[in-house]
Design a protein around this ligand. Structure first.
Ligand SMILES: C[S@@+](CC[C@H](N)C(=O)[O-])C[C@H]1O[C@@H](n2cnc3c(N)ncnc32)[C@H](O)[C@@H]1O
Length: 463
């Protein structure tokens, strides 16, 4: 990373370098010293910032000649004062990854008011980016290693926008012209940073000098060894497709999966599957058939698809979606009352005020009891199964999508399981741990749908 920082841009006398969150070992500062020595370059004047008193103490003991080590909160107002305020010609770091759950209410409120990128469920490394960019000198360069997901998650939209948009829309007070230029995105191998588990990426960003011409494309290096150039979208949209090098423009038809489906949703949570779900051989006879519905779990899908599920729900809901009054529950009521105590403990009853025999979520029966396509929300490879009977109520571990009237079911299913849709999902969906894809309904609704599916639907609408 230090070599990348100095590539075609070696340090000169009196240049300054910042190491935010330097840690006890200050590995970046040590790398800079040895590279400069090897290359015969002047060592830039370093400022290392560490908030943890113990780590700060240890970093100070390293007695690195070019570094002034400061104990300070890199995200606090003190960074904008004194000599820590920059401007810096270089910034090099491995910022902390602290999700919002790790922050106090006071910290969340302060960050939300002090940082443009502190939106939604932000993570501290996004704020480190914003603060570090604000301390860069004109023409200065930053290299950070972070999880790659800021390139595509919704929460990082403001940061993506900040580093790709015109000066006028970027950090406050900048004159016209582009403010930052993402020079390189390097998806380094997963074992390059042992403590950083989730897909490390080294991003190099330059602050464009005032009046300089707009820059070109971003250099991309991928984990499979391939490399290329990409034009990053500049409105804050996901960079996933650009970075992964998939040209999917051929499938843009103007229609998306969201347009051709009634819904794309997770299956039903009852809040007590241990009570409501039975093996179909073991369901109490008194409930059959009126008060049962076949159901399928994620595990069952993997094993045998959705054609012959082994389990059933005890289901109090009528076909139109209404929940009968307690006095109308009949055999269901007699059975459920044996579990009343357990069912009353659920939060949907305690806090949500639902009747004790209701499910945690009310099933949208009119949509769910239709032929549909089911899938798992986390999968190594996306896979979609047909549920043609329209009788199965998917469990919470199964997602389902219901095609609109007139949409050719088999064609849609074939498309979803085909290579084009798969490639799009791999480019756009978030990654879970161990390389699995998250097929979030919000993302899937944006999947472009080919004209073959949409044309027939439009034909049907016209009739
Ligand atoms: C992911 S570690 C990286 C440490 C070091 N750069 C390395 O690569 O080994 C992040 C460091 O940032 C420090 N840190 C966390 N929040 C900070 C803050 N608000 N201001 C300054 N340092 C902070 C942590 O104590 C930790 O040492």
């Amino acid at each position: 990373m230090a070599r990348r920082l100095f590539q075609d841009n070696p340090p000169e006398e009196a240049d300054r370098i910042l190491y935010p969150g330097c840690g006890a070992e200050a590995p970046f500062a040590r790398a800079v010293e040895s590279i400069c020595r090897e290359e015969g370059w002047p060592v830039p004047q370093g400022t290392a910032v560490e908030s943890d008193p113990e780590l700060f103490g240890r970093a100070k003991e390293l007695k690195l000649r070019h570094v002034e080590t400061c104990q300070a909160d890199f995200l606090g107002p003190e960074m904008l004062r004194s000599e820590m305020a920059g401007p810096f010609d270089y910034v090099l770091g491995n910022p902390p990854y602290v999700p919002i759950e790790g922050l106090s209410e006071e910290e969340k409120a302060r960050y939300r008011s002090d940082f443009e990128v502190a939106k939604g469920r932000f993570d501290l490394y996004l704020l480190f980016f914003e603060r570090a960019l604000s301390l860069l000198a004109d023409g200065g360069r930053l290299a950070f290693v972070t999880p790659e997901k800021w390139e595509y998650v919704e929460t990082a939209r403001p940061l993506r926008k900040m580093v790709t948009s015109d000066r006028a829309h970027s950090l406050e007070g900048s004159p016209d012209g582009r403010a930052f230029y993402v020079e390189e995105i390097n998806h380094v191998s997963e074992d390059a940073f042992p403590k950083l588990t989730a897909y490390p990426s080294v991003t190099t960003i330059r602050k464009v000098e005032e009046g300089a011409a707009s820059e070109g494309e971003t250099q991309i290096r991928r984990r499979d060894g391939s490399a290329g150039q990409a034009e990053l979208p500049n409105g804050g949209e996901s960079w996933a497709a650009a970075v992964r090098g998939k040209d999917l423009s051929g499938i843009e038809t103007g229609l998306t999966l969201g347009d051709v489906t009634v819904r794309v949703s997770p299956g039903m949570a009852t809040g007590a599957d241990a009570v409501f779900v039975f093996d179909k051989e073991e369901v109490p006879e008194s409930l059959v058939p009126e008060w049962t519905r076949p159901t399928v779990s994620g595990e069952e899908l993997t094993e045998g698809g959705a054609s012959d599920p082994k389990s059933v729900f005890a289901c109090p809901y009528r076909i139109g979606g209404t929940l009968p009054a307690e006095s109308e529950l009949g055999a269901f009521g007699a059975w459920a009352s044996q579990h009343r105590e357990r069912l009353e403990e659920r939060s949907c009853v305690q806090k949500g005020g639902k009747p004790w025999y209701a499910w945690h979520e009310t099933p949208p029966m009119q949509d769910i009891l239709r032929p549909k396509i089911v899938f798992k929300d986390i999968a190594k490879e996306p896979k979609f199964w047909a549920e043609r009977t329209g009788e199965i109520i998917p469990r919470h571990t199964v997602y389902y999508l219901v095609p609109e009237e007139g949409v050719p079911f088999e064609k849609l299913l074939g498309y979803l399981n085909g290579p084009v849709a798969k490639e799009w999902m791999e480019a756009h969906c978030q990654r879970a741990a161990n390389g699995f894809l998250r097929l979030q309904s919000r993302v899937l609704r944006k999947l472009p749908v080919p004209t073959i599916v949409s044309r027939e639907r439009q034909g049907a609408l016209a009739l």
